[in-house]
Structures are given as structure tokens and as C-alpha cells.
Design a protein around this ligand. Structure first.
Ligand SMILES: Cc1cn([C@H]2C[C@H](O)[C@@H](COP(=O)(O)OP(=O)(O)O[C@H]3O[C@@H](C)C(=O)[C@@H](O)[C@H]3O)O2)c(=O)[nH]c1=O
Length: 183
């Protein structure tokens, strides 16, 4: 596993070693031991799998409040996405900084996102499947969105009118939200 730093503190791009042969390939898509040897301690407890039918669908920017916060290990197993994580940890040297990484079915990249981050992705192809591990359970009451096009974040999504859920379309901008990001 190749573990690459990003410009955002504690946010890593993981590149598994893909062992190809005449049958196809095999890889360790996640190993607790490998991450711990690199000093990355995560206790993942839930796996999610989502399908997005069309190019131009944007899910985000999502997070769970307070103790319900979730670290995420995200990969794309069909199609391609632009995956975005924003550091909302007050006191972090990269507070409010974001990173956008293309995750595709061909590049095998994964994004390891700590607690205290906003997360979202834009589909770059039709028929996209994303799988991700979570270190805390889904909690409907603690689930929140921030607008994908928040001017204070100024994320370069490369799209003007993405397809959104009602929840994400009606999400507040950071300046209007009363959320205390205490991480
Ligand atoms: C995420 C999630 C949703 N659900 C349900 C709630 C709702 O009825 C339905 C759709 O939920 P959402 O619209 O929130 O699904 P979605 O937009 O796919 O939400 C996901 O987006 C990405 C960007 C993330 O970062 C994830 O953590 C998660 O927030 O699925 C669960 O039961 N468990 C879960 O873990």
C-alpha cells in the first residue's frame, strides 16, 4: 500500500498494490495492520455502498455532528468521481482547506478522511459505485449537509448545475449554519 500525504493535514491518498496475472488481479483493498504500521489507527465499524445513475450527480457536503462524527475510507469501484474532503477541525493548520482527488475504477485510489471533515463527491461518469468504510455508525439525527458551492470554501467542482438530493439542495451555507465544528 502506497500512502501519500495531501496538502490537507491527516488526509491521505492510499494506493493499494495490485497484483496482476493471467487471470486478472488481486489486491488488499484494506488492511488494519498496514494502516497501523503507517501510524493510522481507525476502527471501522460500517461499510456503505452507493450507486449513482448519472454523470453530474453530486452528493455532499456531508458530515455527522459531534460524537457522531465519522472517519471515512472511500473508493470508487465503478466509473469515476471527483472526491472532495474539507478540513473543519478548528485549530488544524489546514482548517477550511480542501482536497479534490479523482477516484476511478482504474486508478484504485482511496481517500482516507479523518473525523471532523466535510465530504462529498461528483460523478464524472454514468453508473458510478462508491464503497466506503466508516468508523462510526450512521446517525440520522446527527446527519448534516453544507452547500456544495459554499463561497467560503470555493471548491472547484468544474460543474455549475449538478444533480442534487433535496437535502443537499436545501443545505445551509457555512456562514448561515449554527454548527460548531469542534474537532
Ligand atoms: C449514509 C446513510 C444513509 N442511509 C439512508 C438515509 C436516507 O434514507 C438514504 C439516503 O441518504 P443520503 O442522501 O444521506 O445518502 P448519501 O447522499 O449517499 O450520503 C452519503 O454521502 C457521502 C458523500 C458521504 O460522505 C456519506 O457519509 C453519506 O453522507 O439512505 C442509511 O440508512 N445509512 C447510511 O449510512
Amino acid at each position: 500500500m502506497n500512502i501519500r500525504e495531501t496538502k490537507v493535514k491527516d488526509l491521505y491518498i492510499l494506493e493499494p498494490i495490485v497484483h496482476g496475472d493471467n487471470r486478472g488481479w488481486t489486491m488488499e483493498s484494506w488492511s488494519k495492520k498496514t494502516l497501523e504500521e503507517a501510524g493510522l489507527y481507525y476502527n471501522f465499524v460500517q461499510d456503505n455502498h452507493s450507486y449513482s445513475a448519472h454523470k453530474g450527480i453530486l452528493r455532499g457536503l456531508h458530515f455527522q455532528l459531534g460524537d457522531a462524527a465519522q472517519a471515512k475510507l472511500v473508493r470508487c469501484i465503478r466509473g469515476a468521481v471527483l472526491d472532495v474532503a474539507v478540513d473543519m477541525r478548528k485549530g488544524s493548520p489546514t482548517y477550511m482547506k480542501w482536497e479534490a482527488v479523482e477516484l476511478t475504477e482504474d486508478n484504485f485510489r482511496q481517500l482516507l478522511i479523518p473525523r471532523g471533515f466535510l465530504h462529498g463527491f461528483l460523478t464524472l461518469t454514468d453508473k458510478v459505485e462508491i464503497v466506503y468504510k466508516l468508523d462510526n455508525y450512521y446517525n440520522r439525527e446527527a446527519d448534516r449537509s453544507i452547500r456544495w458551492d459554499d463561497p467560503d470554501l470555493n471548491i472547484d467542482w468544474g460543474i455549475d448545475n449538478p444533480i442534487l438530493s433535496d437535502k443537499d439542495r436545501n443545505a445551509p451555507y457555512l456562514k448561515d449554519s449554527d454548527i460548531d465544528f469542534y474537532y
